[in-house]
Design a protein around this ligand. Structure first.
Ligand SMILES: Nc1ncnc2c1ncn2[C@@H]1O[C@H](COP(=O)(O)OP(=O)(O)O)[C@@H](O)[C@H]1O
Ligand SMILES: [Mg+2]
Length: 292
């Protein structure tokens, strides 16, 4: 499929109506940068990307919090080999203070997700409100807050994605992953006024594959949406059994995949140099997000 016809196909397959745009962007200075790691389709690597970025950022001296927002399929704790807790439930039901609900692991902090306590949320009190509340209350305590999002275009996810300072959209070479992410970017643009997203292409096998996806998706977003897609690069598909992947991802510091992640952080840093101010009360020296 040529890039042009692929672009038309993407647009043709998109099911959302254009609606009046409404800006929900926020600009903060001297507070944590919030980044939603998101996608149209599940299983593309959002949780893996979130945890690896959290580890790298914390190694670079940034105080980083991961919030597991995957309301139904929370698995950050499992991937880190931590026990499953009801910390999230305890926090939002005010049974425990925030400090007792986050766990420190590998240098970063984690608020793990719900595990079967969804009865707490109804249509009026969406879970996204609780998470935004947590962000508002604690954003001064961290340099980065990474939201491991659920896949797709549910209202909760869209609201959190739109509220975040940045969105890292993760896609894989699978065509349905690309079309679903285009749908996500489109609805974020048309309904929530989000004008910029970042792209990470995961599980790539060849650089040609990466180039093709960047060109197709990038040009389609450029040409058809009032939105910009900033490219953070590709992550190689690791040829390793599923049960060994999580550990290898987080422990290896010399692999091609690790270098891919460093490049992602470096590219993001280049865009954001001088936008990170020292935050008081961290007990550590805050530096620019610049790995060079
Ligand atoms: N770069 C990669 N190479 C090989 N396997 C990967 C890679 N990234 C993720 N995976 C695997 O893909 C699956 C889905 O990853 P996960 O991070 O749970 O996705 P999501 O959070 O988007 O559902 C997991 O089995 C994970 O081990
Ligand atoms: Mg996940």
């Amino acid at each position: 499929m040529s890039t042009k016809s692929a672009a038309q196909w993407l647009v043709g397959h998109n099911k959302f109506e254009q609606t009046k745009t409404e800006s929900k962007g926020k600009k903060l200075f001297g507070k944590a940068k919030t980044i939603s790691i998101t996608s149209g389709k599940g299983g593309v690597g959002k949780t893996s990307v979130t945890l690896k970025l959290a580890k790298i950022l914390s190694q670079q001296g940034f105080k980083t919090l991961v919030i597991d927002c995957d309301f139904n399929l929370s698995n950050t704790a499992v991937k880190l080999g931590l026990p499953i807790t009801d910390n999230f439930y305890s926090l939002i039901s005010a049974r425990k203070p925030f400090e007792e609900c986050i766990v420190e692991h590998d240098g970063f902090f984690l608020l793990s997700g719900c595990n079967g306590n969804m009865d707490l949320f109804d249509d009026q009190t969406g879970i996204e409100r609780f998470i935004i509340d947590i962000l508002v209350t604690h954003e001064k305590e961290f340099d980065y807050i990474l939201l491991d999002s659920p896949a797709g275009i549910a209202k909760e996810n869209l609201t959190l994605n739109a509220y975040s300072d940045h969105r890292f959209v993760v896609v894989t070479p699978d065509l349905s992953s690309i079309t679903d992410s285009y749908s996500l970017i489109k609805i974020l643009s048309t309904k929530y006024g989000v004008s910029e997203n970042h792209l990470i292409v995961n599980k790539i096998s060849t650089s040609n594959q990466l180039d093709r996806i960047i060109k197709t998706l990038g040009e389609t977003v450029d040409n058809f949406l009032n939105s910009r897609l900033r490219i953070l690069g590709g992550l190689v598909k690791k040829d390793i059994s599923i049960d060994k992947f999580d550990k290898a991802l987080l422990s290896e510091e010399n692999s091609a995949l690790h270098k891919n992640f460093l490049k992602v952080v470096e590219l993001f840093a280049e865009e954001n140099v001088a936008t990170t101010l020292p935050i008081s009360g961290h007990g550590h020296e805050v530096q620019q997000l610049n790995v060079c």
